[in-house]
Design a binder for this molecule. Structure first.
Ligand SMILES: Cc1cc2nc3c(=O)[nH]c(=O)nc-3n(C[C@H](O)[C@H](O)[C@H](O)COP(=O)(O)OP(=O)(O)OC[C@H]3O[C@@H](n4cnc5c(N)ncnc54)[C@H](O)[C@@H]3O)c2cc1C
Length: 309
């Protein structure tokens, strides 16, 4: 344990114990204690201490735990992201840009760019801000999370389950997310993420589109809207309308209209709602078209694996 005086944040000097456990199970046990928090990149923790009047008795660093910065992006086994994988590592990874483009594009939207040197993927997902950029992208890609509870239990869930519809973080206090996993990309599929900002309010769309063998129709599709909603949501009615539909602009336009209706009826409070609704239609359509155009340039996981050697 490193005992330190903690000065210069918000409400003046305070005593904070810095703990450096040697394993994630030990870290989760410590994080379960009241007044404790895990620190990954520290961006959100520092912001809370400085501007949010948040106080902690104990901060738990994961830097002494083996393999926490492990990032594997393999065309056959999938994408595995550990607790201290920073956004830069995603931004600079050629194969993530090619095969998990929605995640890569979401990371590129995190601004200013300096934040990406420090911020971690899992910190972005776990900081209680479902309006941030990475959740919609990883939800559209069908990502799953693996976590360890303070009592040492192994928890597995889909990323969709991290927040409820009102934006409440659903993992029990002290639980540490140890891995985000995304399946290997299918040879006939592509993904995309786009975001627009109106003043300070974001609206984002993330999509995954899988086409049939001759790229004439859509076999599977996910469409997630995020940003200004309380939590990112799958637009299930649009996803169902796309399944089996011709792989043409008209299908993406129809899905865009359904996404717009979803935003209109979501109960979200936005000034000038009709403007947002129109933006949602265009954003959803364009994101789906981009994902589909990536799906058309098929790839072969075997060739990918060979060229990574
Ligand atoms: C100036 C600024 C601009 C930003 N701009 C954007 C933007 O444009 N788009 C965007 O999406 N985000 C933006 N962010 C948010 C930023 O991406 C997040 O603050 C960052 O990703 C959080 O990651 P971190 O590693 O710093 O988390 P930390 O601050 O270390 O932790 C954040 C929270 O997650 C918890 N936590 C961390 N790791 C784990 C784990 N493994 N298991 C369970 N809980 C954990 C911590 O206890 C804490 O509650 C911005 C932040 C700042 C400060």
């Amino acid at each position: 344990m490193i005992d330190s005086e903690f000065h210069g944040f918000g409400s003046g000097p305070g005593k904070v114990d810095w703990l450096r456990p040697g394993s994630l199970v030990e870290a989760a046990r410590m994080a379960g204690e009241p007044g404790s928090a895990i620190v990954a990149g520290g961006c959100e923790i520092a912001r809370g201490l400085r501007f949010g009047g948040v106080k902690f008795a104990r901060l738990i660093a994961l830097s002494d735990v083996d393999d926490v910065d492990r990032l594997v992006a393999h065309p056959k086994t999938g994408l595995s992201i550990g607790p201290l994988v920073r956004l830069d590592a995603i931004a600079n990874h050629l194969w993530i840009a090619k095969r998990w483009a929605a995640l890569h594009e979401a990371v590129e939207q995190v601004l200013p760019p300096q934040i990406r040197h420090t911020a971690t993927v899992i910190g972005n997902l776990c900081c209680g801000r479902p309006d941030y950029d990475l959740m919609p992208a990883l939800m559209a890609l069908g990502a799953a999370a693996r976590a360890v509870s303070p009592s040492g239990d192994d928890i597995r869930c889909n990323l969709d389950e991290l927040y409820d519809g009102s934006g409440k973080f659903m993992l029990p206090r002290g639980t540490i997310v140890r891995e985000i996993f995304v399946r290997p990309p299918s040879p006939d599929a592509g993904s995309a993420f786009r975001k627009i900002m109106v003043t300070d309010t974001p609206l984002s769309a993330a999509a995954y589109v899988g086409l049939n063998a001759d790229a004439s129709s859509i076999e599977q599709a996910t469409l997630v809207l995020g940003g200004c909603l309380p939590a990112p949501v799958h637009i299930s009615v649009a996803e169902s309308s796309l399944r089996g539909a011709p792989a043409r602009t008209a299908s993406y336009e129809q899905a865009g209209r359904l996404a717009a209706d979803g935003l209109r009826t979501s109960g979200v409070r936005l000034a000038n709602l009709e403007l947002w609704v129109r933006l949602a239609a265009v954003l959803a359509r364009d994101t789906l078209e981009q994902a589909a155009s990536r799906a058309r340039s098929k790839h072969n996981p075997f060739d990918d694996a060979q060229s990574m050697l």
